[in-house]
Design a protein around this ligand. Sequence first.
Ligand code: HEM
Length: 234
Amino acid sequence: MIDNILFGHMPYLFIVTAVVGTIYRYVANRYTWSSLSSQFLENKSLFYGSFPWHYGIIIILLGHIIGIITPGSILAWNSVPLRLYILEISGLSLGILAFIGLLVLVYRRLTDSRVKAVTSSWDVLLLIVLLIQVATGLANATMYRWGSNWYAASAVPWIWSILTLNPRVDYIATLPLITKVHIFNALIFIGLIPFTRLVHFLAFIGPIKYLFRPWQVVRWYNRDTQTENIVQYK
Ligand code: HEM
């Protein structure tokens, strides 16, 4: 019953909040899409935190997404034990890297008075959600082997059932509590996107328009050779 509400209905609440809220924020308050840099206030621990955090978490999220798009290829890759170990050890190492980076970033927010002054309650909430997400992810990876296999075999079908509007909570009903916390916390994370600095990661969509813009023609005159040059840039 509770699983039905949490994993059958709530996902839609969080997804709709994320989509509607993000569109609203873009239309009403577009210039708040940056992550409000605090680099000028403190740079050293920002570097040691931000670097491992972003490298770790971006690759892990890509791994999660590849699993959603093509779960069969993960299972096929894992069918050879050595490859399974490589995938699991890489995931775990990146998870630890991201966790260490996140701890440095949290420490920085809590201890540097200038950074603290520009930290909102939304930032604090987001950091708590991220800490829970990464900690439960690491718990999944270390306590319940082999995560990449059962992720592809049961969590991914549940994700697709949500995306195709045919929720099948039974796919994840028997997963351990810590995994359910990991999944539900991910939903909270999605719902928080429009309200927090998280929205900045959507800014990567902006440059995509450059792929589709017409060719740019640049002409210049070279005085030395007295020739005119024309170059087309995409
Ligand atoms: C905001 C989204 C999410 C973030 C930031 C996140 C983060 C992480 C991290 C840091 C790890 C540990 C590193 C690793 O072993 O790969 C992990 C593992 C894991 N996550 Fe997530 N996760 C997210 C969403 C989800 C969702 C929605 C599911 C399932 C529906 C999920 C299922 C798993 C599983 C099964 C593992 C263990 C993988 C393994 O042992 O190889 N995650 N996650």
